[in-house]
Write a protein of this length. Structure first.
Length: 333
């Protein structure tokens, strides 16, 4: 059993989301089929999770379909869960002869207004709670993107919008445009955040939390599994690192210095009576600027073990945090 699920406000908004949430990147459709996705969503909800993270590009739209099927079968009250999607990469590049130039790697108005409709259809929903600009688009004016996101919300297709992996300057520019024109402002950012990837959340965004009320829905809290310790002896068969679709992660997962540091974290985990994964997850959740920590799991048992991080949070004393900082800070980006 784990401690009760805490809830935090999404930045300065009134929306409350669970401290841990369930994401679908890599797992849904690729590692988890429709019954498995539904089972995992049901278990997450039973554990107090109310936020389920998705994106148009995950499994080329199939992740949204699986989540939509699960939601339809679980028949939860629409007030009881929050879902997201993200837009930028698009689904169909077209062909070399006929490239789909307004449907890939863009945040222009045409793409965004059509992309949200596609997500709504796949997820079988009337609206999506949170929509994200999945990356910044240097070729579309930020003002055009801000207006499009505002219009999507005004049309009732989404409730809040935000960004993912935008720079602090880009976020502030978008917020200033929305403020100037009395538009819906970006409420949240979805950055990578874990023991080896800290500077953006802790330094670059530092002023945005108080200045504009930025909330964080952080991803990759386990550094794609590196922080579980499973890659210390190479890439295990069946692991995320063995998947061809995410082969770009492999060099990072096998980093000798970081894997040596993981050994030091494991010693701390043993002292606290928890797994390495639970320790790393609790460390991310300990940051009060984090609204929710997105968990990815390929098996129900993995999700349940990760939720044990709730029991570790009270054990992160200043002394333990200082030890972890000494180990991670020299290696952190």
């Amino acid at each position: 059993m784990h401690s009760p699920m805490p809830y935090r406000r999404l930045g300065s908004s009134g929306l409350q989301i669970s401290l841990f949430s369930l994401g679908s990147w890599v797992t849904f459709h690729n590692q988890v089929n429709a019954p498995g996705a539904r089972e995992m969503m049901a278990a997450a909800r039973d554990a107090g999770i109310n936020f389920f993270d998705n994106a148009e590009v995950y499994a080329n739209g199939e992740s949204e379909r699986l989540m939509g099927e699960g939601l339809a079968q679980l028949k939860w009250s629409r007030l009881d869960y929050v879902v997201s999607s993200k837009f930028f990469w698009g689904l169909d590049a077209g062909t070399a002869e006929k490239p789909r130039i307004n449907g890939r790697n863009t945040l222009n108005r045409k793409y965004l207004m059509q992309a949200v409709d596609g997500s709504l259809q796949r997820m079988k929903l009337d609206f999506i709670d949170l929509i994200f600009c999945h990356r910044a688009d240097p070729h579309s004016p930020i003002e055009e993107t801000v207006w499009a996101m505002h219009n999507i919300i005004e049309q009732g297709k989404a409730l809040y919008w935000g960004t993912s992996e935008w720079s602090a300057d880009e976020i502030r520019t978008a917020w200033d445009i929305a403020e100037r024109h009395h538009l819906h402002k970006p409420v949240m950012e979805q950055p990578q955040y874990h023991l080896f990837h800290r500077k953006r959340v802790e330094q670059e965004y530092a002023r945005l939390y108080d200045d504009i009320g930025l909330g964080l829905t952080t991803w990759s809290p386990l550094a794609s599994g590196l922080l579980t310790g499973k890659y210390r002896e190479g890439v295990p068969a069946g692991s995320r690192g063995a998947m061809q679709a995410v082969s770009f992660l492999r060099d990072g997962l096998l980093d000798a210095q970081k894997n040596a540091a993981v050994g030091q974290f494991e010693a701390i985990a043993r002292q606290l009576g928890c797994s390495m994964a639970q320790l790393a997850l609790a460390w991310v959740a300990h940051n009060p600027r984090v609204s929710t920590v997105i968990l990815g799991a390929s098996r129900l048992a993995q999700l349940q073990e990760n939720l044990g991080a709730l029991n570790v949070l009270p054990k992160l004393t200043p002394d333990v945090l200082a030890q972890m900082d000494t180990i991670s800070a020299p290696l952190a980006a």
